[in-house]
Design a protein around this ligand. Sequence first.
Ligand code: GDP
Length: 489
Amino acid sequence: MISFSSVAEEARIAARALADFGSDLINPTLRIGVTGLSRAGKTVFLTALVHNLIRGGRLPVFEAMAQGRIASARLEPQPDDAVPRFDYEAHLASLLERRVWPQSTRRISELRLVIAYQSARGGARENTLTLDLVDYPGEWLLDLPLLHMSYADWSAETIERSRQPLRAGLAAAWHAHLATLRAYQPASEPNARTAAQFFTAYLRACRDERLAMSLLPPGRFLMPGDLEGSPALTFAPLLPGEGGKRAGSLWAMMERRFEAYKTHVVRPFFREHFARLDRQIVLIDALSAFNSGPQAVKELEASLAAILDCFRVGRSSWMRALFRPRIDRILFAATKADHLHHTSHDRLERILARMVERAIGRATFEGALVDVIALAAVRATREATITRGRDSLPAIIGTPEAGEHAGKQVFDGETETAMFPGDLPEEPDALFDPAAAFRGLAAAPSENADYRFLRFRPPAVRGPGLVPATLPHIRLDRALQFLLGDRLA
Ligand code: GDP
């Protein structure tokens, strides 16, 4: 068991837990974290979840809703004054009115929703459950392991990882610069800044090359929030060398900043946010990883293990005796399932389940209930069958965003297009096999353009009169049932 906190910090966390516990007694409250790496689909998920709850969307598997026990769900002012509010209204307006995807998550934000419901046992009494929904970048979560790493460990591991295939090419410029630096050379701000710039460019390239699922700490280098440019974010790994321990050396400066990052960035996040969550959904853009090939799939699996590791974060034994481990449910959700035909949804779930199972094995994880799901928080496609000669092929239809593909303006952003969705293998391990690589969307009729990362516009949603209907989804109701069904029973 890893301990991320000192005794003083434990005391602060305990005080927080006690306060949360007190208010939970008076006012039953569930704090749900929504995380996932950049572009995994957090903003879209949270917007769709709130919209479907408030507007009573079609959620047959979500029992409280299906049984008509939810009287109302309404937004209320959030409890934490210092945390930005999740901009639900703006995100919803983008989706419904302009049919454009909302602005993605760049920092932590929060939203409070109060659900009035009748319990499944019957009786006329109305109960309330307060949901505090916390949206935060997964990059910040993957920072937690830094808390038990020294600067030397982190440097070694980061440099080692950057030499792996796929990454090495992206790291070339940074490696060349790194080779010019010496641990013992005198510390200087320009040197630190240049090193941090090369290193950040490498991290960004990994992300852009769809190694997005992978391990890229420190998370704030990619998602700086309001810390951009601060010394706590101006460091980089160094190769070990003689004289590094000397005061005033470049190594000593980098080491100090690495420690500052832990103190000023990682610990407060852990204490103020992560340690207070009751449940967690981790969104994963698994299809992007599959599209990128076996190395990205391997990295995805490694990052699932790292994520699980974060959840078995240690509390000292007296803490554990006093407070239940807070996170009691974790849901891993593969997003954007509307890019697949429904025949592949179960396969996607099975593949994710296999990866999580292996990750659980690696992390010797225990405590929380873990489940996996394939979902589309907002379904942008519908299904169709295309006849080709004697064959009937499953296809999906949506409106691709306007844009160039292979140098040609192919989509105008208005016209619906049928595409062939990729076929996921029956056997999850096939994804690790370069020969059997998965290919996502392909055009119908087939062209040579690469449509693997094509985006569809959000669906046109029109209800009776002026009121838009609720956003269509795939399996959002199952996610809701897992995350809060028991608390509404
Ligand atoms: P975040 O960075 O985790 O907040 O990611 P977003 O929620 O902003 O999603 C990133 C992008 O993924 C969006 O702009 C959409 O293009 C796409 N996306 C997210 N969720 C869905 C979904 O349910 N269906 C489809 N088709 N695309 C989605």
